[in-house]
Design a protein around this ligand. Structure first.
Ligand code: THU
Length: 129
């Protein structure tokens, strides 16, 4: 799958966003090693801190479906329907991704492809325990 198609899957996922408070829609598409895609959107809550990001929705859907090996994630975010500005993952999502993904895991944003290690070069993970 090309990166444009992959990114478009994240944009489509953002259409499902439940974000009445921030009005910022985020969508994620997570590609497993065996080629399946799990999508997710941000889901907000009246008790604001219980909001979950699109990326973690996608990861938790995949893991709870039995998938823990991932190749890449595409992320799209927008407050006005224009998804052309890059929407990088927040620190909490990077930490959750790093539970399952190595340095070379790809993060596809509107501005191109990045590596997990570009965004979180030093990570706390199971090797530290
Ligand atoms: N959000 C995500 O879904 N992913 C991120 O990585 C950063 C932020 C969501 C959370 C909240 O619903 C909205 O964007 C504004 O912060």
């Amino acid at each position: 799958m090309d990166n444009k198609t992959f990114f478009e899957m994240a944009v489509r996922a953002a259409e499902k966003s439940y974000s009445p408070y921030s009005k910022f829609r985020v969508g994620a598409a997570l590609l497993t090693e065996d080629g399946q895609v799990f999508t997710g959107c941000n889901i907000e809550n009246a008790s604001y801190s219980l909001t979950i990001c699109a990326e973690r929705t996608a990861v938790f859907k995949a893991v709870s479906s039995g998938f823990t090996n991932f190749r890449a994630i595409a992320i799209a975010g927008s407050g006005d329907g224009d998804f052309s500005a890059p929407c990088p993952p927040c620190g909490a999502c990077l930490q959750v991704l790093s539970e399952f993904c190595g340095d070379d895991f790809m993060i596809v944003l509107s501005d191109g492809v990045h590596k997990l290690s570009d965004f979180l070069p030093v990570r706390f993970n199971k090797e530290n325990l």
